[in-house]
Write a protein that binds this ligand. Structure first.
Ligand SMILES: [Fe+2]
Length: 321
């Protein structure tokens, strides 16, 4: 914690450095251009320094999620700037499920996350309960089982353009699994960086607008979902790097064999990245992120405590200003 706080000032200063357009601190609109090597190298160096400084940072303590203090906000945003995600821990707990939903929306709203996704499994408050569903439309769909979920970013099957997709998310732990259920996290900007360092042609293939296709399917509420095609890496309308990805092998079509090979290369880099964060969330803890890469280990729970996580997804990113 101390190391992290000692670096907080630098990280906060970097907020304006990274996100401002046209300054001399490293970020520029062409940082992700494959043709502009100088801009890329400047951004790359800053990114690696930030990732190192925020490595293994403990959750930011939040006294009251309905009213985030300026210091709490600074600490949390410093992590987001460095790694595109922040872990947090609420010091108080809501009294019931409706209150939990209210708190989640107030908390995410204080970080500018307001463009809520209209998810088919969301309750009336717009919150999805990630729990084991033994009956009803959700039964059998992997998020609602206790099975392992492979590396992915959320909403990879629901991409409708660079700024009409899932870009922000909160995943809040309501009850810990009695066994298993750990998550691994990786900043998608680091995944991009590793691939660009090791195989630029693979990166080009994964930026193709038709790189990854999710075939049509019937969703968990019985509704038809059309075929969904798009890139793996792309820039949104603010110039932010965004990722649409799943490591699952079934129900995914790659554009061609070369693109499939690029995806295999990417997965190997993700799996071996030294910055992969491993954690098991405790009740009251959670993840606030710009839709970073994550997975979930399979889990077991005691009877009647199957509800584990609450999730809200957004079409916008965390507001760092
Ligand atoms: Fe997910």
């Amino acid at each position: 914690m101390q190391n992290f706080l000692a670096n907080e000032e630098n990280n906060i200063n970097s907020i304006s450095c990274i996100q401002s357009r046209g300054d001399e601190s490293g970020w520029s609109p062409s940082a992700f251009s494959l043709e502009d090597k100088d801009s890329w190298r400047r951004w790359r160096d800053i990114k690696l320094r930030q990732a190192e400084s925020a490595r293994d940072a403990p959750p930011t303590l939040i006294e009251d999620p309905r009213s985030v203090s300026a210091a709490e906000r600074r600490a949390l945003l410093a992590q987001v700037v460095a790694t595109n995600f922040a872990l947090y821990e609420w010091r108080i707990a809501p009294s019931d499920e409706d209150a939990l939903d209210e708190w989640l929306l107030a908390f995410t709203g204080s970080f500018g996350l307001r463009a809520r996704e209209d998810h088919r499994s969301a309750n009336g408050n717009g919150v999805v309960r990630i729990e084991v569903a033994r009956e009803g439309g959700r039964a059998g769909y992997i998020p609602y089982t206790n099975l392992r979920i492979a590396w992915h970013t959320d909403g990879y099957y629901n991409y409708h353009g660079p700024s009409n997709c899932v870009r922000g998310m909160i995943l809040h732990c309501a009850a810990a699994a009695s066994q298993g259920g750990e998550n691994r996290l990786l900043d998608h900007e680091l995944a991009y960086l590793r691939l660009r360092d090791s195989d630029e042609e693979a990166l080009r293939l994964l930026m193709h607008p038709q790189a990854m296709t999710i075939p049509e399917a019937t969703d968990d509420s019985g509704r038809f979902r059309a075929t969904n095609a798009g890139p793996v890496f792309f820039l949104d309308d603010s110039g932010a790097l965004t990722m649409r990805y799943t490591a699952r092998k079934r129900f995914v079509e790659w554009r061609d064999e070369a693109t499939r090979g690029a995806a295999d290369r990417l997965l190997a880099l993700i799996e071996s990245d030294p910055h992969v964060r491993r954690l098991k969330m405790a009740p009251g803890q959670g993840l606030l992120c710009n839709n970073v890469l994550h997975d979930r280990a399979g889990f077991e729970n005691d009877a009647d405590t199957w509800r584990r996580l609450c999730r809200v997804r957004f079409h916008n990113r965390i507001d760092i200003n």
